[in-house]
Design a protein around this ligand. Structure first.
Ligand code: SAM
Length: 229
């Protein structure tokens, strides 16, 4: 597989100029030369084969060759609401969600979640881009605005809404669908009031097994079980 680069500018026409960290990587890590063949994508779908035309001090111009309408998405659209853990665990969670094909990630605040755990939005987007380059995804996972559980639980955005809780039913008993909203609670768990609100709002409550999983493990176990159904 050729090295993949992300263009913040939507791709069309005959060429594109990469700047910022993408150009830095080609110039100073890869020490690329004109003529090197790469793949470039803009996160809006599909990818282009491209060749380095010229190198500047801080930018790289690519000649666009052929567009391939290649997608590596799941058949189901998966939104995941989860309180973001801190530091490396946050990065790891975002990276794995991209790899597993989550389409929308909603940072969740609940009664027991710790505050201000989301890093700056540009940093989260950078994690998404790096993971997409690595795993071959051509559409970027969208990181939504943080939402409180009280708002999210009561809103009927997705027809199918599934909440992870140790007292729930096995995930295999839940109906499947083209679009699902999955939710995972904070380290301290959802409160009884939050669980009641979910049940009143027609969320289905599922167990992920006998052991108590940390936030990121629960999120990835839930997403991967959903993808593999
Ligand atoms: N003591 C908390 C409780 O009982 O809910 C543990 C919280 S756990 C560290 C964080 C979140 O992961 C939970 O709110 C739940 O959404 C999910 N989770 C962890 N283990 C789970 C399991 N075995 N089944 C279902 N959900 C689980």
């Amino acid at each position: 597989m050729k090295d993949r680069y992300f263009s913040e500018t939507p791709l069309s026409g005959e060429s594109v100029t990469l700047q910022g960290s993408e150009a830095h990587h080609l110039l100073h890590v890869m020490r690329a030369e004109p003529g090197l063949e790469v793949v470039v994508f803009d996160g809006l779908g599909g990818e282009w084969s491209a060749e380095i035309a010229c190198l500047g001090r801080a930018e790289v111009e690519l000649t666009l060759q052929e567009h391939a309408a290649i997608e590596r998405e799941n058949s189901a659209e998966i939104s995941l609401a989860v309180p973001l853990p801190k530091g490396d665990r946050q990065r790891w969670l975002i990276e794995k969600c991209v790899e597993l094909g989550v389409t929308h990630l909603i940072p969740l605040t609940t009664a027991r979640s710790t505050k201000n755990s989301a890093e700056a939005s540009a940093k989260l987007t950078r994690y998404v881009i790096e993971a997409s380059k690595q795993c071959g995804r051509n559409r970027l996972m969208q990181i939504e605005q943080p939402q409180s559980w009280s708002t999210l639980a009561a809103c009927g955005l997705a027809p199918l809404r599934v909440l992870a809780h140790p007292n729930g039913a096995p995930l295999s008993e839940i109906e499947t669908g083209d679009s699902v909203l999955l939710a995972v609670g904070p380290e301290g768990g959802f409160t009884d009031t939050e669980i009641s609100l979910a049940v009143e709002s027609n969320w289905q409550v599922v167990s992920l097994g006998e052991r108590i999983l940390r936030i990121e493990t629960a999120a990835l176990a839930m997403v991967s079980q959903w993808v593999l159904r």
